[in-house]
Write a protein that binds this ligand. Structure first.
Ligand code: BGC
Length: 463
């Protein structure tokens, strides 16, 4: 499928290793959680074992949008339950338009900086730092917009089967709105995407403590993760593609992680409708790294309703059952004969009611030994005909169905309220809690090594 811009010469390290392994002892669910490790451990063995956690057994999970009124964050940290107040008060949305309006952006002048890209000022941080918006276009009429704050992808505009463009990624209207709070829409997540149990890990006998910003656990890099920094950007353009190179340096001790980490994330859009995300990181001390992009998708258009009718195929026959705080119980389980099975295409909604709270699980990708950029997922939205295919060098993908969206996050001047299941995420990642699970593919990065991963989203239409 891909004739990607530039070379795909991967220095991809130990992917294969982990894909075969993962045979550690079953988790004991002792994560400090009050509730039981879910129905997996109980009742109807054959069926239940591969089921996601029992709703009734779960305490209230961290939500993306519920502010914790007991804390006052230095920075707004959208969404995570035990987290601060980042979300704006629920607005009373006016009647929803059948076609959501486009975001109202300030009319900043656009600077054409290449044949297929332009740049404009998007806003200013409270300290005056300018945040830029880059717009990438391709010969097929596709557009990708991204901002230097958090490396957030604010728009992916693709045509439906009638050629009508829509922004198919969930967005907010302005920098002020992003700063006010959002559940990781479109951003770069790091140092560690997903959860680390109890916010701690040990390297070479030394314990490192991280923020527990999601119930008892650490999520998405902590209180001020990579999603809340303004990245240094430089445009790149070549034959058939345009992109932006984003750089960020995370100091030793940042959010509790050891080592100074230098990170480069490059987004490019090519004429084959491929959006490529390339992640490179190096460190000066051993540390853990797991980078991803957290885009929420709705191939019918952001705000156009729920995503339950999308048809999904996941190239994964195993997933990680989790406890009540979404920490893996232990070893992967087969998806066979369970609602977790997307090995052949089916609608996201077909069995979601059998999955406690909705899908929020890590799937372990199938990949042949010599396959680096392996197929991870294929999604079709039947009404618009839009399709999205994801390939990645990473070992797993987190499938999350926007379970914590509750309508409090809005866009299009209030015409859109993102309700539960209005978007889904497919986050290419390592496994959650890998720093504490020697049996999982390792996320440890040492000095002299390079973390290097690629994920490609290819967009299309089905007639
Ligand atoms: C997690 C969800 C979380 C969401 C937003 C996803 O990656 O799996 O549990 O609510 O991010 O923070």
């Amino acid at each position: 499928m891909k004739s990607m811009p530039g070379s795909l010469t991967l220095a991809v390290c130990a992917l294969v290793v982990g894909l075969i392994g993962c045979s550690g002892p079953a988790g004991d669910g002792k994560t400090g959680k009050p509730a039981q490790p879910s129905e997996q451990a109980k009742a109807k063995p054959s069926d239940q074992r591969s089921q996601p956690p029992d709703k009734n057994a779960q305490p209230k999970k961290p939500t993306d949008t519920e502010p914790d009124k007991t804390k006052t964050p230095a920075q707004p940290t959208p969404g995570e339950k035990p987290q601060p107040p980042e979300t704006p008060p629920r607005e009373t949305p006016p009647e929803k338009p059948s076609q959501p309006a486009e975001p109202q952006q300030k009319p900043e002048p656009q600077e054409k900086i290449g044949a297929r890209m332009s740049k404009q000022v998007y806003g200013k941080m409270p300290d005056g730092t300018v945040v830029d918006l880059y717009t990438l276009t391709n010969s097929a009429g596709m557009k990708v917009k991204l901002i230097t704050y958090g490396g957030i992808i604010t728009a992916v505009e693709t045509p439906d089967r009638n050629g009508k463009l829509a922004n198919i990624t969930l967005y907010r209207d302005s920098l002020e709105d992003y700063l006010a709070g959002h559940p990781y829409f479109g951003c770069i997540v790091g140092r560690y995407a997903n959860r680390i149990a109890k916010g701690r890990f040990v390297i070479d006998g030394v314990e490192y403590k991280l923020a527990t910003n999601n119930g008892p656990n650490h999520l998405h890099g902590g209180v001020k993760g990579f999603d809340k920094y303004v990245w240094q950007a430089s445009p790149v353009e070549g034959d058939g593609y345009a992109g932006v190179v984003l750089k960020h340096e995370s100091p030793d001790g940042d959010e509790g992680y050891p080592g100074k980490l230098s990170v480069t994330v490059t987004y490019t859009l090519n004429d084959q409708n491929e959006l490529k995300m390339e992640y490179v990181a190096t460190t000066d001390k051993p540390t853990h790294v797991n980078l991803t992009n957290h885009a929420y998708w709705n191939l019918a258009g952001a705000g156009a309703g729920d995503i339950l009718g999308h048809v999904l195929m996941l190239n994964a026959d195993r997933f990680l059952p989790v406890d009540d705080t979404l920490i893996p119980l232990g070893e992967p389980r087969s998806v066979k004969d369970t609602p977790m099975d997307f090995t052949s295409p089916k609608t996201i909604g077909s069995r979601i009611d059998q999955v406690e709270g909705g899908y929020d699980h890590c799937y372990i990708l199938r990949r042949s030994p010599d396959e680096k950029l392996a197929l991870a997922a294929r999604v079709v939205e039947p009404k618009s005909g839009r399709t999205m295919e994801i390939r990645t060098t990473k070992p797993a993908i987190q499938f999350y169905t926007g379970n914590f969206l509750d309508g409090s996050i809005t866009a299009a001047g209030g015409n859109i309220s993102y309700e539960k299941h209005y978007g889904f995420c497919l986050e290419t990642e390592y496994f959650p809690d890998s720093p504490n699970r020697p049996e999982y593919p390792s996320t440890l990065l040492k000095p002299g090594q390079t973390y290097h991963h690629i994920t490609v989203h290819k967009f299309g239409v089905e007639k």
